[in-house]
Design a protein around this ligand. Structure first.
Ligand code: NAD
Ligand code: UD1
Length: 335
């Protein structure tokens, strides 16, 4: 049996795909989730893909009791901490909820890891910590971070700093992954993103709008200083992102400071390029109109991926067309 890895938030969008890739790489994923943004049947879908049931604990990462129970029932070699709240707009309305789940959640987890002598952590951070880069749209891990633009972004910045401080004590060995824009779904169509209510993110809104569940897509602004006037992001296939976690677990980070990696394709795409990629691969038409800019949006950002290629020997495989095709296959299965 492979090494046991605890995935907090393991039934969520990125956690579920990572559970599959970890299993394929010979690890034994153990999942903890409070189902605040996921459904328990995802566990069956993961089981269907890997042809094995996985251990699942229903519980909250802020609850030391359940964490202690997991660490006593299993010899956990490492933890991947996905469990968090991730809506930027909700974080502006309810910042305390975000500090509680994202900041207290990590505090509690690190506390129990220390008690249980579990030293290895992989943490889900976000390119949101870069804000709008001032000099260059391509950001490397050394690009100076900007002041957080939302309470959500602040929690990720605080989480990174907390991990840094705990690493300094010598107990923790941590990898911080700064995800760019995860999209797409598992090629099987069995697992994917499950946005609650009206999606705020581009790709789930787009697929739901093509499926007729939503109004036509509004492209938020076409007067940005980019090739076609729409914003640029680095969209990364969720399966590629999941595989980066396997590489991160296999990496021996330095004892006294966390190792930070960007996880993106290294290529920026405009909103109109995303739409035309979707139309090309599916043969369907995306209903959309151009609207005003969305408050708080940045013009452009994409990852410099040299460090992760060099040190983790990881690079993305799927292209934007694959991401769109898999996102659509997943959406079709929801009807
Ligand atoms: P998700 O909401 O699909 O998954 C998070 C999971 O954590 C959910 O299943 C939810 O039920 C669970 N959870 C939330 N609070 C919990 C708690 N207190 N205790 C136990 N479980 C809890 O989100 P995701 O897209 O899979 O994101 C995973 C991580 O990656 C998050 O930390 C998120 O901030 C980060 N991230 C996501 C994106 C993105 O665009 N999806 C981008 C950058 C970073
Ligand atoms: C959002 C979050 C960011 C998070 C990231 C990855 C905000 C302000 N930021 O960023 O913190 O790390 O998701 O999950 O929410 N778009 C449209 N029409 C739509 C939806 C989006 O044109 O209906 C455009 C946006 O203007 C943007 C691009 O599509 O240019 C991507 O948007 P989105 O998917 O929301 O991601 P981010 O804005 O990059």
């Amino acid at each position: 049996m492979g090494k046991k890895i605890l995935l907090t938030g393991g039934l969520g969008y990125i956690g579920s795909h990572t559970a599959v890739e970890l299993f394929h790489a010979g690890f034994q994923p153990i999942l903890l989730d409070n189902l605040s943004n996921s459904r328990v049947d995802v566990l069956d879908r993961i089981g269907e893909i890997i042809q094995q049931p996985l251990h699942f604990y229903l519980g909250d990462v802020r609850d030391g009791k359940i964490l202690r129970q997991i660490f006593s029932e299993h010899q956990i070699e490492g933890v991947i901490h996905f469990a968090a709240l991730k809506s930027v707009s909700e974080s502006v309305q309810q910042p305390l909820k975000y500090f509680d789940v994202n900041v207290s959640g990590l505090t509690q987890l690190l506390q129990v890891m220390q008690e249980s002598n579990v030293k290895k952590l992989v943490f889900s951070s976000s390119c949101t910590v870069y804000g709008q880069p001032t000099d260059n749209w391509e950001v490397s891990e050394n690009t100076p971070l900007q002041d957080p633009m939302s309470p959500y972004a602040r929690t990720k910045r605080m989480n990174e700093e907390m991990i840094q401080d705990v690493c300094h004590t010598g107990f923790l060995s941590a990898v911080i992954l700064r995800y760019f824009n995860p999209v797409g779904a598992h090629p099987s169509g069995l697992i994917g993103e499950l946005p609650l209510g009206v999606p705020a993110n581009l790709v789930p809104f787009l697929t739901q709008s093509v499926a007729g569940i939503r109004q036509p897509l509004t492209v938020f602004g076409n007067d940005y200083p980019t090739s076609d006037g729409t914003c640029i992001r680095d969209y990364i296939h969720v399966v590629d992102l999941a595989k980066a976690h396997v590489a991160a677990l296999n990496f021996n980070s330095k004892e006294h400071s966390p190792e930070v990696f960007n996880v993106g394709t290294g290529k920026g795409s405009t909103v109109l390029e995303v739409i035309s990629s979707f139309e090309k691969t599916t043969g369907l038409t995306v209903p959309f109109s151009i609207g005003p800019r969305r408050e708080g949006d940045i013009t452009a950002v994409y990852a410099n991926t040299e460090k992760i290629q060099r040190e983790l020997n990881w690079k993305s495989n799927y292209c934007l067309d694959d991401m769109m095709l898999h996102a659509w296959n997943w959406q079709k299965n929801q009807n």
